[in-house]
Design a protein around this ligand. Structure first.
Ligand SMILES: [Zn+2]
Length: 198
């Protein structure tokens, strides 16, 4: 059963810079189911909450529900508390902890020296084949580097990208960082033949 709550257009912030959102056209707010971008849980942004957001809190008309209640509470509590994944140095030691044993079992060896053990690289080889995790800061926003898993079939071959994951270290919530990291591990495990994709 959906609840409808009337819109008071005079209480909204100026609509000049936006297209007209659905609820203005319709004249009332409806309960709005959405999926949390951080944890993927299903949540409902109720009609009453929307009225409060747009008319009392004067929320921008193009803003809406993105994070579930739990993730928003976590984000508030996390303010000022660092998460290990906010420090790029920690990513590869966590990757090494997680994938290292399976890589060794599969015949891969960690590469030390030859420039492959820099903090922005984590490399393994098996014969002439090299795979490595690499931070890439060449994207437009340096606060949003990418982690790339790449593969080189022979010493004189070019690297090919197997997995690429974008990170916004300063703006992503802890849950989002963790989810991005977990998907990096899952994709890497799959691409390296270390296990099924979860
Ligand atoms: Zn959530």
């Amino acid at each position: 059963m959906k609840t409808a709550v009337l819109v008071d257009p005079t209480a909204l912030v100026s609509t000049d810079s936006y297209g007209s959102p659905d609820f203005i056209e319709r004249g009332y707010y409806l309960d709005f189911p959405f999926t949390c971008v951080s944890c993927g849980s299903e949540e409902v942004w109720t009609a009453t909450q929307q009225k409060w957001w747009y008319e009392v809190a004067k929320g921008a008309l193009d803003s809406g529900a993105k994070h579930c209640r739990t993730c928003r509470r976590d984000a508030r509590q996390q303010k000022g508390i660092a998460h290990p994944l906010q420090n790029i140095q920690n990513w590869f030691s966590l990757v090494r902890d997680d994938l290292g044993p399976a890589l060794l079992t599969a015949g891969w060896h960690p590469v030390v020296g030859d420039g492959e053990s820099r903090p922005t690289l984590l490399s393994y080889n098996r014969g002439d084949v090299l795979v490595r995790f690499r931070w890439d800061f060449s994207s437009l926003h340096s606060s949003r580097p990418a982690v790339i898993l790449e593969y080189r079939a022979a010493i004189d071959a070019a690297f090919q990208t197997l997995v690429q994951i974008q990170c916004d270290l300063s703006n992503m919530t802890h849950g989002e960082l963790q989810r991005r990291f977990d998907s990096l591990l899952a994709d890497a495990r799959y691409e390296l033949g270390l296990g099924a994709k979860s």
